[in-house]
Design a protein. Structure first.
Length: 377
């Protein structure tokens, strides 16, 4: 049992990231525009900006844990391999489904303007995670030696960070389909292109490698304390570089290396905090853990509730968008978070007690949605 408890901190960070993500979307959509110009919202917005890097980082970290020493097993292309590929495919599919205004291919092509259809190609965080995990699987299949594999991941992390400023200046849609071009920058509307966001996922996988090495050598706590210290130093260094004394504010935007490393420093520090909390509590039961373990469901569903057009072509976002005061946003956040926690707990119990039913239900529901989309009226 202790073996599993030692990795609770992974689900803790993912769970907290998702709960804060609910607050991010509620405040961004429903808060009055004038209040977004205040000093307190600037601080909140920076804190909220750590959510996506945390989510990506922990996805790479968790993948590295689940595949440690299993390269040979993956190369057998057995049930476990295809189950992992299916899970990744579901993540990508869920990401694209969030951009569908209606669940009908015919109506989408016949009645919706081209700009609405183009939005379908936007790359969200789920697509970034999905294709990032596919890359990790591919590298696992190609590279036999674990040491070389990790050096390649480290190199790719640096390459992504270095190339991002250049890639953000290129209109890739000029020589490739928009659906593919959107993976390189935000020029055509993407929110989380692979550059620079893939870097956080790769950094998570690299960090996990060193963490697992330290754990196997009984230096786990020392390693966690070391990366926490390094993380906060890097994060504070980012603030200094972006302060008025150095005057490099332009480096705070997404394509720049300072943006990446500053946020990576905070994420690593938060990972260490979750590790210490897990060690202190020694518990396997928590609403945060339930949310973290059902992260795909919670992420997809809470966005559907906020943005999906359910009646008269309106959504909660269009009805209440820009109309709430802070206390109303807090209340809405708590309400939606409680709903998501309840659903995560329920689905977790079903998966635990009825694994076969849960798997069949998931496949059936996804298949039904695809059929409805293809033949829907």
């Amino acid at each position: 049992m202790r073996e599993k408890v030692r990795f609770i901190f992974v689900d803790l960070l993912r769970g907290w990231a998702l709960l804060v993500m609910i607050e991010v979307h509620i405040f961004n959509v429903m808060l009055m525009p004038a209040l977004k110009e205040t000093a307190w919202f600037t601080i909140l917005n920076f804190i909220n900006g750590l959510v996506a890097p945390s989510f990506l980082f922990i996805s790479g970290f968790a993948f590295a844990i689940s595949t440690r020493g299993k390269s040979d097993e993956l190369r057998k292309f057995n049930y476990a391999f295809w189950k992992k590929i299916g899970r990744i495919g579901l993540i990508i599919l869920a990401g694209y489904s969030l951009h569908l205004p209606i669940l009908s291919l015919r109506r989408l092509m016949n009645f919706y303007a081209r700009d609405v259809v183009i939005k379908f190609y936007n790359v969200d965080i789920l697509q970034c995670i999905g294709f990032g995990l596919l890359l990790l699987v591919l590298l696992k299949l190609i590279i036999e030696k674990e040491k070389i594999y990790n050096y390649v991941l480290l190199t790719l992390t640096v390459v992504v960070v270095v190339l991002t400023p250049l890639f953000w200046k290129i209109n890739f849609a000029g020589f490739m389909p928009v659906a593919l071009a959107n993976y390189f920058n935000t020029m055509n509307g993407s929110y989380f292109p692979l550059f620079p966001w893939l870097g956080f996922l790769l950094a998570g996988a690299v960090t996990c490698k060193f963490y697992l090495d330290a754990r196997e050598n009984n230096r786990e706590k020392n390693f966690v304390n070391l990366i926490m210290g390094a993380g906060i130093i890097v994060a504070l260094s980012g603030h200094i570089l972006l302060s008025e004394f150095v005057n490099l504010q332009s480096l705070s935007i997404s394509p720049q290396p300072v943006f990446f490393f500053q946020r990576l420093g905070y994420v690593i520090f938060l990972l260490g905090l979750c590790w210490h909390y897990a060690e202190l509590r020694q518990t396997r039961a928590s609403f945060v853990l339930d949310v973290g373990r059902e992260s795909l469901l919670v992420y997809w569903l809470h966005l559907q509730i906020i943005y999906r057009h359910f009646w008269d072509d309106t959504s909660i976002a269009t009805i209440f968008g820009g109309k709430f005061y802070p206390l109303q946003c807090i209340a809405a956040t708590l309400l939606l978070a409680l709903v998501m926690i309840g659903i995560a707990k329920l689905w977790r119990n079903i998966k635990t007690k009825h694994k076969t039913f849960a798997a069949d239900f998931t496949v059936g529901l996804v298949g039904l949605c695809i059929v409805i989309f293809l033949i829907g009226f």
